[in-house]
Design a protein around this ligand. Structure first.
Ligand code: PEP
Ligand code: MG
Length: 875
């Protein structure tokens, strides 16, 4: 028969799904021999059945609860009914598997009624007894009937004012009159306060069960992705009173500092108080160290229990205790919440103290916490009172404050004047790059996690919130509207790229310093990992950042970014708009010079690390001007007729550029461009070789859908490279030509492509776009609605879609490896840096993930965790 009720002696810490976190820990502590007031736990399963089955409580729980209360009476030698013996009072608390602040939580002092309160008053004193009774009535009203607690507080104040004295000095009659008014408040809400302790207990248990489904709890679960069918357990425990006398008190203590991780007790206590007095902040608690002087024995006991608990749970503990008449009781322990900085320090210290292994330390830290360690974050205190303007996608972590600007040009101008700016745009384009570089943060109202703004910002490590559809941006009028609020250029915003929240006004940022500790953890991570981590980077500063973050190579250097500098874009435009071979040749010559310089510096920067350089990918029109004024200027520079030029530009526009003349299609229609790029790569490699550095170029062809595309391009490149070896009079050296796998068809014919490719790299941005048929630049318009309506759990551009895109990827890996078992396969789309996706990538058998430089540290940890969890699974 299913057991629905467990005494604390019967459970243990592993049963947190059944007994809830709190119940499981109370049981564990009881069995460890700690002084825990006795009690019992009603299981989470009972909660779900109670919520779904009428009469379940009456048929399956009631008798068991009464028996458990009997046991409790025996253990405590106190009594839950009657009023002529020692009184057993209990607390009733919820406790789910995961701690859930949204739930109705606690009722204390259950078991008091009019008569029993008088008994208690005789055994202790009037003030204490009625204080307990009032608290019970107030909490019971709140948890069971939703009557606001404040209404009771006001009654109390009113009574004190009328009597002209503090409640502490009330006579019996005055206390009773106040209780009558409390009852009256119940009546006003068409309720009564039950006088029978058992009825109080039954009602309270049912209310806690029901609180599983209250709106706050539901919102919390949704936010934290906690399943709805777990249910909450209920803990019923004998009360001990921290408010009994001067030798009583209560406190909350962490075994290490939760802000910075320093070893040593950190917390506070209040004498003559009950738990919520500490939280309520009416009286100022004292630091725990002060207890040593006031109650040396209780302090010494606490110290030894705290150490025992930390050693037992092998982690920093957050402990609640109560002292009743000099005797210490432990009421709760759990792994303490902590900042990212503290998490790191505590994990490393516990390894050093021999309490946990390196691998356990690696599993203790959330990859997301790493982002807090390498990016600034807003000051916690200021955040409490900050006013949120809107929320978009957390596209690139970090926190920044600055003046709003609506154009890249303005951003640059103000930056040069020493002003910090936040660039706010509908969406960004490659032309905005200079403004983006100088901005503290970038905000867009359109576009998703792989939009231009998001990708570029992540690459640069600039904080970015993308796709914030609540913002109505008028770039012409330079205004930004959100609901009733209208802001203009120069107004201050604060942007949190880790949460997607945008705040009004200025907030201070802090940067956590812990380079060495992080380095230590990530060195262990590299040892524990199977997958390697590379970076997507091409500018010198991004490459340097990536190397500083410990990458094992560059998985994707996008070459198109190299064409957007002022001098370069002109030559690119000259090439695209050329009308005769001479013009083509002149433009290519210039571009070759630029690219050779670039590659030389890039190879020099990465040294011996492998670097995959991708040949030109975007649609041509992205390089062309759109504004009339710019077209006029271009016509002048290229000495062309503006009308003809406008016509030419129009002709180059495409209906669906993402599906159009881009990627390898350019390499087929205009081989000269790819040849120019390859010459730039090889001439740089040769130059460096002469300087003593051996380079093995890795060249990647984008957007292959058909084997013949790859064969055609590879053939002419191989021929061309042979010519280059001759031209530069150099002994041929090895190089690799690989392909991106970013179209569904490429996955399906991966075996054919593997015949010609030296390596594969999954471009999951395009692969997701093409598999779903969702434009990666427009998803901001509808993905929030999809996730809100539970049509999609997460944005598939953020976290890999295992069931669709993932199947294609897995198929591609299998097919390719049938042809070349050792083929190196990587992932260079944005999901490559997503810790939630990384275990899947390990599962399908890729060799590495590649992501923006600032995502590298978290990815290094995530690949280690993926491997450790896999090893645990297969044990
Ligand atoms: C991809 O498609 O995943 C990719 C890495 O290429 P890009 O984002 O440059 O299209
Ligand atoms: Mg792509």
């Amino acid at each position: 028969m299913t057991q629905f009720i467990y005494s604390f002696e019967e459970g243990n810490a592993d049963q947190n799904a059944l007994l809830g976190g709190k119940g499981a820990n109370l049981a564990e502590m009881t069995n460890l021999g700690l002084p825990v007031p006795p009690g019992f736990t009603i299981t989470t399963e009972s909660c779900i059945r109670f919520l779904n089955e009428p009469y379940f409580f009456e048929s399956h729980l009631k008798t068991g609860i009464l028996e458990a209360v009997d046991q409790l009476e025996k253990k405590t030698q106190k009594y839950f009914s009657g009023n002529d013996q020692a009184l057993l009072l209990v607390s009733v608390r919820s406790g789910a598997k995961f701690s859930m602040p949204g739930m109705m939580d606690t009722i204390l002092n259950l078991g008091l009624n009019d008569l029993r309160t008088q008994t208690l008053a005789q055994a202790t004193n009037l003030d204490f007894a009625y204080n307990c009774y009032r608290r019970l009535m107030q909490m019971f009203a709140d948890v069971v009937y939703g009557i606001p607690k404040e209404d009771f507080d006001q009654l109390l104040l009113f009574f004190e004012k009328n009597a002209g004295k503090s409640v502490k000095d009330f006579t019996l009659e005055e206390h009773q009159a106040l209780i009558d008014q409390y009852k009256q408040l119940y009546y006003e809400h068409h309720q009564t306060f039950p006088q029978s302790p058992k009825e109080q207990l039954f009602t309270a248990i049912k209310a806690v069960f029901r609180s599983w489904n209250n709106p706050r709890a539901q919102v919390y679960r949704e936010l934290n992705q906690i399943p709805d069918d777990l249910g909450t357990a209920v803990n019923v425990q004998a009360m001990v009173f921290g408010n009994s006398d001067q030798q009583s008190g209560t406190g909350v203590v962490f075994t290490r500092n939760p802000a910075n991780g320093q070893k040593g007790l950190f917390g506070e206590f209040l004498l003559q108080a009950q738990g919520e007095d500490v939280v309520a902040g009416i009286r100022t608690p004292e630091p725990i160290q002060a207890l040593e002087e006031k109650m040396p024995q209780a302090y010494a006991d606490f110290l030894s229990y705290a150490q025992k608990l930390e050693e037992h749970y092998k982690d920093m503990q957050d402990i609640e205790f109560t002292i009743e008449k000099g005797k210490l009781y432990i009421l709760q322990t759990r792994n303490g919440k902590r900042t990212a900085k503290a998490a790191l320090k505590i994990a490393l210290d516990l390894v050093e103290e021999g309490i946990i292994s390196q691998n356990t330390a690696l599993l203790r830290i959330q990859p997301a916490a790493i982002n807090q360690l390498i990016h600034p974050v807003f000051d916690e205190e200021q955040l409490q009172t900050a006013s949120v303007l809107a929320q978009g996608l957390p596209a690139s972590p970090g926190a920044a404050t600055g003046q709003i600007v609506f154009s890249a040009k303005e951003a640059k101008r103000l930056h040069e004047a020493g002003i910090k700016v936040i660039l706010v745009r509908h969406e960004t384009s490659p032309e905005d790059i200079e403004g983006m570089i100088v901005s503290q943060a970038i905000v867009t109202s359109h576009g998703g996690m792989t939009s231009h703004a998001a990708v570029v910002a992540r690459g640069m490590g600039t904080c970015c919130v993308a796709g914030c559809e609540a913002l109505r941006i008028d770039e012409e009028a330079k205004t930004l509207q959100c609901g009733e609020i209208i802001l203009g250029q120069g107004d201050i915003l604060s942007v949190d790229g880790s949460t997607g929240l945008i705040y009004l006004g200025q907030l201070s940022t802090v940067l956590v310093e812990n380079d060495q500790e992080l380095e230590q953890l990530l060195t262990w991570a590299d040892q524990a990992a199977q997958l390697k981590v590379r970076a997507n980077a091409e500018t010198i500063s991004d490459l340097q950042t990536a190397i500083q973050f410990g990458v094992q190579g560059i998985g994707l250097a996008r070459t198109e970014h190299m064409f957007f500098g002022q001098e370069r874009i002109i030559e690119m435009r000259r090439l695209i708009l050329a009308e005769n071979p001479l013009e083509v040749k002149a433009a290519l010559k210039k571009l070759l010079e630029f690219q050779s310089q670039d590659f030389y510096q890039m190879f020099q920067t990465v040294g011996q690390l492998p670097m995959i350089i991708r040949l030109l990918d975007p649609p041509m029109h992205e390089f062309l001007p759109k504004e009339e004024q710019e077209i006029q200027f271009l016509a002048q520079t290229l000495q062309k007729n503006p009308v003809k030029l406008t016509h030419q530009i129009k002709q180059l526009q495409e209906s669906n550029p993402m599906l159009g003349h881009r990627g390898c299609r350019l390499g087929i229609t205009q081989p000269d461009v790819y040849k120019m790029q390859v010459e730039a790569i090889f001439s740089s490699a040769i130059r460096l070789q002469q300087e003593g550095l051996t380079i093995r170029p890795e060249i990647m062809i984008p957007l292959i859908a058909e084997k013949a595309e790859l064969t055609y391009i590879k053939d002419y490149l191989v021929n061309f490279i042979d010519q280059l070896f001759t031209k530069y009079q150099i002994q041929p050296f090895p190089y690799d030509i690989g392909t991106m796998i970013e179209l569904p068809r490429a996955c399906l014919i991966a075996d054919q492509l593997a015949q010609d490719a030296d390596f594969f790299s999954f471009g999951t941005n395009d692969l997701t776009q093409m598999t779903y048929g969702f434009s990666r630049d427009d998803i901001g318009k509808f993905i929030p609605s999809y996730t809100d309506k539970n049509i999609l759990a997460v944005d598939p551009f953020q976290s890999v879609d295992r069931q669709g895109v993932g199947i294609l990827m897995s198929l591609a890996v299998q097919k390719a490896r049938q042809i070349k078992p050792d083929l190196t396969i990587g992932i260079c789309g944005e999901v490559g840096g997503d810790p939630d996706s990384i275990p899947f990538f390990q599962e399908i058998g890729v060799n590495y993930v590649s992501c923006s430089p600032y995502r590298v540290p978290a990815a290094r940890l995530a690949v280690a965790q993926a491997n450790l969890l896999k090893q645990e699974e297969t044990k």
